[in-house]
Design a protein around this ligand. Structure first.
Ligand SMILES: [Zn+2]
Length: 254
């Protein structure tokens, strides 16, 4: 049975292809502080909506022995129970900030808000990296905050765009549910390699990874774009996936 694209089951297939092609999945923090060397994939999840999908994805990855980074917004996806569970599964939890857009370009207000929201995150989890939210409807680019301020002063080791630019990574994102689609202007990685022209669907991406690939990959995957709510069909596929993986992880998938 073929699995429909942009479902959790398909994401599971992609994870297995990565593992099968000897990629070591790492969090953003791990990559910045202690990269493993060799084939490496940085897995980043921007939780813009539907935190329940993020939890499903976190459980799926955990079942496959994968750790990734999940960036949650405040307050849009700031759900303490979900954040706690994602961290307990061994993933990195970071702060998906959008304070310059919220403050409509007022830098002082924005940095004060950054400090307050970060503090709230830190009552729940250990935040070491942050990632700007693209705020597509705003004229402000949240990253511009760091032209005036230093995230290091907040005990932050890296920013998921700024600190990852210029690394030897090919950046791919599921924006528009098309891996080869035109990214939004903001969701781009300066200095990253071009998108392979043959890649559009997740199957295309899997084929490319399996046949050619690249030493360093940086994948941004938005959990809300990967369907979990298509009823029994999706649940069944996910169970098949786990069974096929031959791992005794059914408990973790419940
Ligand atoms: Zn976002």
């Amino acid at each position: 049975m073929s699995v429909r694209d942009f479902t959790m089951a398909k994401y599971g297939e992609l994870c297995r292809v990565l593992l099968g092609a000897s990629y070591t999945p790492v969090t953003v923090y791990q990559y910045l502080t202690d990269p493993p060397g060799g084939r490496t994939v940085v897995l980043r999840h921007d939780v813009d909506r539907k935190p329940e999908n993020a939890l499903k994805m976190a459980e799926l990855e955990h079942a496959l022995g994968i750790t990734a980074t999940y960036y949650f917004r405040h307050p849009a996806t700031f759900v303490p129970e979900v954040i706690g569970r994602v961290q307990a599964l061994g993933h990195e939890v970071g702060y998906h900030y959008e304070v310059l857009a919220k403050a409509k370009g007022d830098y002082e207000e924005a940095i004060a808000l950054f400090a307050r929201e970060l503090e709230e995150f830190r009552t729940l989890c250990d935040v070491r990296t942050v990632c700007m939210h693209g705020s597509p409807l705003s004229r402000y680019d949240n990253r511009d905050l760091w032209k005036r301020y230093d995230f290091g002063e907040f005990g932050i080791a890296g920013e998921a765009y700024l600190s990852m630019a210029g690394k030897d990574l090919r950046y791919l994102t599921d924006t528009g549910r098309n891996w080869g689609g035109k990214h939004s202007v903001r969701d781009a990685m300066p200095g990253a390699g071009e998108i392979p022209p043959s890649v559009a669907t997740t199957d295309d991406l899997a084929r490319w990874i399996g046949s050619a690939g690249e030493e360093g990959l940086y994948l941004t995957v938005h959990p809300e774009r990967w369907a979990v709510s298509e009823g029994e069909w999706a649940v069944g596929s996910l169970t098949d996936l786990v069974m096929n993986a031959g791992k005794a992880v059914l408990v973790a998938m419940r």
